[in-house]
Design a protein around this ligand. Structure first.
Ligand code: BDR
Ligand code: CA
Length: 310
């Protein structure tokens, strides 16, 4: 199995991403670390523990990360994810505690100890990943790639030009995109196509196990924010699970290697990812950017994987 570390800010779609990753024998989840983003760091850490408790995966080490972005105050998305960060389902209280190390120390320990190269899968602001990369240059050669949810070649979802994860910590994102490590960017271009519809939620609800029931309830809540007609969606965009779907079934996607820059200063464009899809700058590509997804194949993958929790 491919060794991965999930760095997340659960978050409804983060939770589903964790559930999807742990459903597959093809992935070996070495650790779950949490970032501040969708909610405050104490809540995202607690939510990761609640999700792993639901899955009975007390064997996975969990560590909390940086309390706030590198150079800014934290912005949270409680308008999307609610007061707890995972409003909706009744999740168990954590049956285990985080490890004593920080997220950065746990990443370093796991990457150092792993015989294979490790894939980092961030689905929140990139603060922890940036701190890890700058603290441990000696471990860069042990990183296979960074498969992240964040950014957009087109329009934003938090400002007209910025996606939430990058907007929260643009300085961290800038460091990650400049790291020279292989990056796969699952941005809004693809995640806004990865919509889950009402009938898909019913299909998941019909899967007779507690994990699928929880996913259906997470989706019921996640749907509320995305029903606003201003988005023009028919369902809810399942951003973060696109990272895992890419790892499990890359043939569901189309991708283009691009140069990507992060706007840290712009008057109207702070947190924007500038994606040179047509090689207009001549700058060498630093990311594989996902542009399209087979939506039905994606939903089928999720439904199929959830049956593994039987
Ligand atoms: C991203 O922001 C968060 O609210 C989601 O969990 C996802 O990671 C989408 O912009
Ligand atoms: Ca997230």
């Amino acid at each position: 199995p491919r060794p991965i570390i999930l760095d997340c800010d659960p978050g409804h779609d983060d939770a589903i991403s964790v559930i999807l990753a742990l459903s597959s024998d093809a992935l070996d989840v070495l650790a779950v670390t949490t970032s501040a983003g969708n909610q405050t760091p104490d809540k995202t850490l607690n939510n990761a523990l609640r999700v792993l408790t639901l899955l009975g995966r007390h064997d996975i080490p969990v560590a909390g990360g940086a309390p706030k972005p590198l150079a800014r105050e934290l912005i949270i998305a409680d308008n999307v994810h609610g007061e707890s960060g995972l409003d909706g389902p009744k999740l168990p209280v954590p049956a285990f505690a985080p490890v004593t190390q920080s997220a950065i120390e746990l990443m370093a320990q796991k990457v150092r100890a792993c015989e294979q190269k490790v894939t980092l899968v961030p689905s929140g602001p990139l603060t922890n990943i940036a701190l890890f990369l700058s603290a441990h240059p000696e471990l860069h050669h042990k990183i296979d790639s960074i498969v992240l949810m964040g950014g957009a070649a087109g329009v934003g979802n938090w400002t007209p030009t910025a996606e939430f994860n990058i907007f929260v910590d643009p300085e961290a994102a800038d460091m990650v995109f400049k790291s020279g490590l292989p990056i796969v960017m699952c941005g809004l271009d693809v995640t806004h196509q990865a919509q889950i519809m009402d009938e898909d939620i019913e299909r998941i609800r019909a899967i007779d196990n507690p994990v699928a029931q929880c996913v259906a309830e997470l989706l019921d809540f996640f749907m509320i924010y995305h029903r606003d007609p201003k988005w023009g969606f028919s369902g809810a965009p399942l951003h973060d699970p696109c990272t895992i779907a890419w790892l499990l079934k890359p043939e569901l996607f189309t991708a283009v290697d691009c140069w990507v820059g992060v706007e840290t200063q712009g008057e109207h464009t702070q947190g924007m990812t500038v994606v040179d899809r047509y090689q207009l700058t001549g700058k060498p590509h630093n990311a594989r950017v996902l542009f399209d997804i087979d939506r039905e194949g994606f939903v089928a993958l999720i439904a199929q994987q959830l049956k593994h929790y039987q």
